[in-house]
Write a protein that binds this ligand. Structure first.
Ligand SMILES: [Zn+2]
Length: 386
């Protein structure tokens, strides 16, 4: 161990290391360092100006530079990264070989990976064909070799991609007879170890087309999640999973039609109610004063009813209505031209019950805490207008 840093985060620098720091699209290794009987968790590894920082949860007291350290990498995480990164090389090469779509960037996330292809568009058939070719290369179990060449040599080899930074020595990842590229990442020994390469999504982005994919163990996990989700949904609909898109579309259409029907029926019901209430409430002082609480109706319906009451052709009305269903609410409305102030009356009604609300001169609404307060508040305002 050559250096220990306490701030801003505890970290150590070693004279040599097998831990991979985040770079080239691949994320860092985690693992453990053991020194003087203490076991330290390595939570992140970063390359800072060519110094590899091993961030630790904490540095034990007594640990000093010069101490001998034994490192252990989290192997399942490393293997996963190898699968994703090697899979990316294969998939990128497939898009380039088949459709001349070069990869301009690669991102490895905790769940999925993405590559950005430089192309205006990619059809579903093209995506499928590249995925097929990539998996064929996996099944052929081609050797993956790592070798070092000079920049001069590399220029003559026709690499898929040259690194942006000029180095004297280039590390080449050679997927036998399929892809040759310069890369510093960790890779499998042969393509069979990548496991399945599954495209999850392709979408247009500003610089081209972004392809989301998973490889190996992540592919299996993703397929399993899909199966569980599809089977659960299919169970609810008593359908086969292949019928799901059609069944879901049908349900969505039925839902839309049912909502339309409900809205039409409520409208019709409100109209009939309004006519009946106007009939039952004789006109006094030049308008119908309708005050009524509906324990089983919600605000939406009561608002609709209020509108019908005050906009009935040839009638003038004041509607003081309460809705008991859902959050208890009051709706006050008057036919345009009448002289009351619904907003002010609403404030007055709510002041007594501690509710909140307001509105304009012709229409106001407000919520009250409990349904029992509706009728009291209504009758109080009714008394003022009658
Ligand atoms: Zn790479």
């Amino acid at each position: 161990m050559s250096e220990i840093l306490a701030a801003p985060r505890p970290a150590v620098i070693l004279d040599r290391t097998a831990f991979y720091p985040t770079s080239g699209g691949q994320v860092f290794d985690t693992g453990w360092l053991e020194a003087q009987g203490a076991r330290m968790r390595v939570v992140e590894v970063a390359d800072q100006a060519d110094r590899i920082l091993h961030y630790l949860e904490s540095v034990p007291a007594g640990l000093a530079p010069g101490a001998q350290v034994h490192g252990a990498i989290d192997l399942s995480r490393r293997r996963d990264h190898m699968q994703q990164h090697s899979g990316q090389h294969v998939l990128s090469a497939a898009f380039l070989r088949l459709f001349e779509m070069p990869t301009v960037s690669f991102h490895m996330g905790d769940e999925v990976c993405t590559i950005d292809l430089e192309t205006k568009s990619a059809t579903a058939e093209q995506i499928d064909a590249a995925e097929d070719l990539a998996n064929q290369v996996v099944m052929e179990d081609r050797p993956v070799e790592i070798r070092f060449v000079s920049l001069e040599e590399a220029r003559g080899l026709g690499l898929r991609k040259l690194p942006p930074v000029e180095r004297e020595q280039l590390r080449l990842i050679d997927i036998h007879d399929f892809d040759l590229t310069a890369c510093g990442g960790t890779h499998v020994g042969s393509t069979g170890q990548i496991g399945p390469i599954l495209v999850r999504k392709a979408e247009k982005v500003r610089q081209g087309v972004r392809v989301e994919f998973v490889c190996g163990g992540r592919g299996l996990a993703a397929a399993r999640r899909d199966r569980l989700a599809l089977n659960e949904a299919a169970g609810v609909l008593s359908a086969h999973i292949w019928e799901m898109p059609q069944q879901v579309r049908k349900l969505a259409e039925e839902g839309k039609a049912a909502r339309k029907l409900r809205s039409d029926l409520l409208n019709e019901l409100a109209e009939l109610y309004a006519a009946r209430l106007l009939r039952e409430t004789p006109e006094t002082n030049g308008f119908h004063l309708v005050a009524r609480t509906f324990p089983d109706r919600d605000l939406e319906f009561v608002k609709l009813l209020a509108q019908k009451l005050v906009r009935t052709e040839g009638k003038r009305a004041v509607a003081l209505l309460g809705a008991g269903e859902g959050s208890p609410a009051l709706v006050f409305a008057q036919t345009a031209g009448l002289a009351f102030d619904m907003g002010a009356l609403m404030k007055e009604a709510l002041a007594a019950s501690g509710g909140r609300g307001g509105g304009t001169k012709d229409m106001a609404q407000g919520g009250v805490g409990r349904a029992e307060m509706l009728e009291t508040a209504l009758q109080k305002i009714r008394g003022k207008l009658a």
